[in-house]
Design a protein around this ligand. Structure first.
Ligand SMILES: [Zn+2]
Length: 477
């Protein structure tokens, strides 16, 4: 019996890894084994420790990886898989491959830095502390990537073929629609990866990729994300509020600091600022984009015009490359980054990491948080336990570089920037299915989000919905 086994993103939103095994006879040797996504666990220690555990299947016995998109929680374990002996093809869209080229190397670099930090402080119970993989090992794994066009059918082995369908989550993101031969019949499995927003520029502003997943999907088995299963996004346009925050801050002589993910979120936000400046809604204060990965990502975005929505195409033809905009400075070296600290006049600083867990944003916040003239605007999800979460939740101080920094700056957050569909948007999509899937498994959600979404889909559509459990094996029927 062919089966799916959930090796990650079950009971949590990270570590996406779903194994398909085509084995037809449980007593026979293993069948073809493919992983859908190979993500890293992030967040609480309980989850992170799973990055160090072996898979139930040796890496060398996995034959292929089909990758939905370039977020670390979907691709970040690939270098480890290769390190442990995987040598098969990794199928992804060409934009995903380009983004993995910067994201995985950066991830390896950060892990080397962390290991070095723990060794210096002797803070790890493992001596010496080791990186999960190095930057060089991340670079090595890139040779296994194989570009696949959206909608192009790929025969992976006699029993499995697949095609990518756009997911509109981030640049290059796709769902994997897999046809699997089992028990003499073809079954269609749809792995959604992460699902983008509906088609509405006001609700999902500044999207670089077109909004909303493909309609009219058919699936015998649906494996769907549930990140926002118990929350709804605000439906108002964030631009008036953003403009007011920037205006007021600049008027009182303060600066605006925006922690943002380097890939996609930073680029969208830059275009939004440009639009607001050109239409006279905010003053033309100097903008500093302080993220080396953010700069590389701008180049990748400009290259992949096949991903643009009409709106994005219009914005880029109107304004050109952000790297050329007057008044917008991109800091790539550490020296350029430090110079921003000397800026005493009002400016707008966008830097990463988005949840202030590391990176150059720490310097900017350490310097600007104590001054009530400044404003910090969050435009992304802040996970519990991160500095971003502490700052956003109204704490009087936050520890940065081992020092307590008082928080006197104005703190604001705009929740409209999510790249994940919420329940009404998911249901809108599910209603386009011509028939019910035989079974739907919910993954990639905290337990409360997954169970609320299960109840909503069961009640509204009458579907058979189950919540995937970590390590659970389910037969493909
Ligand atoms: Zn994602």
């Amino acid at each position: 019996m062919a089966y799916i086994q959930f090796l990650g993103a079950a009971g949590t939103v990270t570590g996406s890894k779903h194994l398909i095994n085509t084995v037809s006879d449980p007593n026979a040797a293993n069948g073809f084994q493919a992983l859908i996504d190979c993500g890293m666990f992030q967040g609480e220690k309980e989850w992170r420790e799973r990055n160090w555990q072996d898979l139930p299947v040796p890496a060398r016995n996995i034959d292929a990886v089909i990758l939905t998109h370039a977020h670390l929680d979907h691709c970040g374990w690939i270098p480890r898989l290769v390190k442990e002996g995987f040598r098969g093809p990794i199928y992804a869209t060409s934009a995903t491959i380009d983004l993995c080229g910067i994201i995985l190397r950066d991830s390896g670099h950060l892990q080397e830095e962390d290991a070095a930090f723990y060794n210096k402080k002797k803070a790890s119970k493992h001596t010496p502390a080791l990186p999960l993989y190095t930057e060089e090992e991340a670079q090595t794994c890139l040779q296994y990537f194989r570009p696949v066009q959206p909608e192009q059918p790929v025969q992976v082995c006699p029993e499995i073929s697949f095609r990518f369908v756009p997911a509109a989550h981030i640049l290059g993101s796709a769902m994997a629609e897999i046809t699997c031969q089992t028990n003499g019949q073809a079954r269609r499995l749809l792995f959604t990866g992460d699902i983008g927003r509906v088609r509405n520029q006001n609700v999902a502003p500044g999207k670089v990729v077109h909004s909303g997943p493909a309609e009219g999907e058919v699936a015998d088995v649906l494996v769907m994300e549930s990140t926002y299963g118990n929350r709804q996004h605000p439906t108002n346009d964030p631009r008036p509020e953003l403009a007011a925050l920037i205006q007021k801050t600049v008027q009182r002589g303060g600066s605006v600091v925006v922690p943002a993910f380097a890939v996609e979120r930073t680029q969208k936000f830059l275009f939004m600022l440009k639009q607001l400046m050109e239409s006279g809604q905010i003053p033309k204060a100097p903008v500093f984009c302080d993220s080396p990965m953010g700069i590389k990502a701008v180049e990748i975005f400009l290259k992949h015009s096949e991903e643009y929505s009409d709106e994005t195409r219009r914005l880029i033809s109107q304004y050109g490359s952000p790297l050329q905009w007057p008044g917008f400075t991109f800091a790539s070296t550490g020296e350029e980054s430090k110079k921003i600290n000397d800026t005493n006049y009002p400016c707008i600083i966008i830097s990463s990491s988005g949840m202030v867990t590391g990176g150059r944003i720490q310097h900017h916040l350490a310097q600007r948080l104590p001054d009530p003239k400044n404003t910090v605007i969050f435009i992304g999800f802040q996970a519990p336990g991160t500095r971003g979460f502490t700052i956003k939740s109204g704490a009087p101080q936050v520890k940065i570089f081992g020092q307590m920094v008082p928080i006197r700056a104005q703190i604001a957050s705009l929740e409209q920037f999510s790249d994940h569909a919420d329940p009404p948007e998911l249901l809108e999509w599910l209603r386009t299915f011509p028939q019910k899937p035989g079974v739907t498994y919910l993954v990639h959600g905290e337990p409360a989000a997954a169970s609320q979404l299960r109840d909503t889909i069961t009640k509204d559509l009458g579907w058979n919905v189950q919540i995937a459990q970590w390590m659970q094996k389910v037969e493909i029927k």
